[in-house]
Every structure is written in structure tokens, then in C-alpha cells.
Design a binder for this molecule. Structure first.
Ligand SMILES: [Zn+2]
Length: 103
């Protein structure tokens, strides 16, 4: 049996190359889009390591001996005061962490 020969694929010639509709010229950027301008302040037991208006990165620390947590934390800035705990391995005591946020 001869192998089935498939017909040559139909070649479609696109004779009407429709140019893609160009998007409207980019408008000049209006001032910066409104960004949340949150701020965070360490009230006690923490160091603010960085913030961009939306998130804040902080590191807990012991208010007695100054021991800093080995890892930093990130949270979204919202209108409230965050209270957490930090157990200082040096003092073997629990320390309070408070970060005030203003969204
Ligand atoms: Zn300590």
C-alpha cells in the first residue's frame, strides 16, 4: 500500500495585511498616580528598616539589651497600631513590640 500522501497544506497568502490598530499615542503621564502614602513608626521594640508607603519592613528588637531578631518582617501599612511580641533569647523574656501605622 502506498503511503498516504497528504495534500500540500493550503498556503494562505495574506494579501490584506491589515496594520494592527495602533494604540492611541500614550498620553503624557499625568502626575504620579496616587499612591498610598502610609507611614510607619516604631513605637517600641522594633526598628523600621524600610518602607515604601505601602509596606513596611521592620525588625523586632529587645528594648532591654538591644538584641535584634534574626529576621525582619514585612507588613502592609494600615491605619492602626500593630502590637506584637518578641521573645528575647538573651534576656529570656518577652518584649512588647509596637508599630504605629498611618495609612
Ligand atoms: Zn534582651
Amino acid at each position: 500500500m502506498p503511503p498516504a500522501v497528504s495534500p500540500p497544506p493550503e498556503i494562505v497568502v495574506n494579501t490584506t495585511l491589515v496594520p494592527l490598530e495602533k494604540p492611541a499615542a500614550p498620553k503624557p503621564q499625568p502626575k504620579k498616580p496616587e499612591r498610598p502614602k502610609g507611614r510607619a513608626f516604631a513605637l517600641t521594640g522594633a526598628d523600621i528598616e524600610g518602607q515604601d508607603g505601602t509596606n513596611v519592613r521592620y525588625r523586632k528588637k529587645c528594648i532591654e539589651c538591644g538584641y535584634k531578631d534574626s529576621s525582619s518582617h514585612t507588613m502592609v501599612i494600615s491605619n492602626k497600631t500593630i502590637k506584637e511580641n518578641f521573645f528575647c533569647p538573651k534576656c529570656r523574656k518577652r518584649r512588647d513590640v509596637a508599630i504605629q501605622c498611618q495609612a
